[in-house]
Each structure stands twice: as C-alpha cells, then as structure tokens.
Design a protein around this ligand. Structure first.
Ligand code: ZN
Length: 68
C-alpha cells in the first residue's frame, strides 16, 4: 500500500501536492535539469540522428556487422 513517491529523492509524497509527482519544487527542477542535461534515462539511448544512421546501416549493409 505504498503511496506515490518522488521519482527524484524517493520520499513518500501526498497526492494533490502542488508539485506532484515530485515532493517539492527542488526535486521537480532537478528532474527537469536532468532531462535537459541528457543524463537521465536517455543515457543509454542513441540520439535521433545516430539512430537513423544505425538503421540505415542495418538496412543497407548487414555485412559490416560482425557475426557472433
Ligand atoms: Zn523529492
């Protein structure tokens, strides 16, 4: 029966708070800052342009990929 928790600091938060789903403005700002800094969640995802290049390589030249 755990209530919602702040995704930044993991503190339990009350529903209906002004900064929901964050416990405070500070955490909301931190989360936004992480997104802008591209250090949050997208760290292991390729950038859109890199993804396009990868797709092109996959479609165009499979031979370049080493076979395990
Ligand atoms: Zn928090």
């Amino acid at each position: 029966m755990a209530g919602p928790r702040c995704p930044v600091c993991r503190e339990a938060i009350e529903r209906g708070v002004e900064t929901f789903p964050f416990c405070s403005r500070r955490c909301r700002t931190l989360d936004l800052g992480d997104w802008l800094g591209e250090s949050y969640r997208v760290a292991d995802a390729p950038a859109p342009e890199a993804e396009g290049a990868l797709l092109q390589r996959l479609l165009g030249s499979e031979d370049e990929w080493p076979s395990a």
